[in-house]
Structures are given as C-alpha cells and as structure tokens.
Write a protein that binds this ligand. Structure first.
Ligand code: CU
Length: 152
C-alpha cells in the first residue's frame, strides 16, 4: 500500500509540473473559496471506474455547493479520472485516501486509481459549463471510457 501511495504522489507531482505549460486559468482564489465554504453542507457523490466506463456517466454539480466526490476503481485494471478543464473550474480542498492519508492541494489535472483503490476529492464547483472526463490509459477512451461533468 505504501508503494501505491508513493506512485500516486509521483503522479500528482508530475501533474503539477504541467502547469507552467498550460497557460493555466485555474481558480486563483481557490484557497479563499475553500476556507469560506460551509463544509457541513457537503454532499457526497460516488463514481465507479470500470472497464471501460464511469458510472454514472454524467455527473452534475451545483456551483457553490461543496462536494465529496468518491472515486472508486471497481475494475480489474488501473484507471484515470482525467479532466483538466473540470479541475480548472473548481476550488479543490483536498484529495483523501481513507487508509493512506490526504493531499491538500488547490489544483489537479488527473487522478489515477489503482485496482480496488478509492480517493475522495473535496471541492467546490465554481465555473459553470460542460466538461469531459476520460481515462488516459492507452485504448481505454476508445473503448468508451469517457464521461461528462456538468456544473450548473
Ligand atoms: Cu482506464
């Protein structure tokens, strides 16, 4: 399990290094939004990753409402929850693993889930719009591993 966490950290750190090249337009006051949010009002949404799908396939969130998004890999392969534009439209508080710990960070581009893994993302949707989520492992998106995220 420690090895998995180290891998996960490596993935997240490598995601960070991409910022400089994207001309990023992340929510710059994400920290203030997270702090001023009433987390007692948080709603929990669960999405399962499998071969080769996200269930549910369409996620709808309300701007300003705090959420815990439970990302669960129910499949037999590793999968990604890659959604660069969505991550840029939200204020993220943290991503937490109930057994390994948590990572407090305002910005992500992708989250990788090991087989049987679960990570919970705590966030507040900010920018309304339609976003795409997909798996970046070779062939998975072609097999249909793509979903939609709506912030309204
Ligand atoms: Cu996949």
């Amino acid at each position: 399990m420690k090895k998995n966490m180290a891998l996960l950290l490596a993935m997240i750190i490598s995601s960070f290094s991409q910022f400089g090249f994207t001309g990023s337009t992340y929510i710059t006051n994400a920290g203030e939004i997270v702090k001023s949010t009433d987390w007692k009002k948080m709603q929990t949404v669960r999405v399962e990753l499998d071969e080769f799908s996200y269930s549910p396939e369409i996620l709808t969130f309300k701007a300003g409402q705090p959420y815990k998004l439970e990302l669960v890999n129910a499949g037999d392969k590793k999968h990604y929850f890659t959604a660069p534009k969505f991550y840029k439209a939200i204020a993220t508080r943290k991503v937490q693993s109930n057994k390994d710990g948590e990572i407090k960070a305002p910005y992500f581009t992708a989250i990788e889930l090991m087989v049987g893994g679960q990570l919970d993302m705590y966030f507040v949707p900010v920018d309304k719009g339609d976003y795409t989520v997909y798996c970046t492992i070779k062939g998975h998106r072609d097999e249909g591993m793509e979903g939609k995220i709506i912030i309204r």
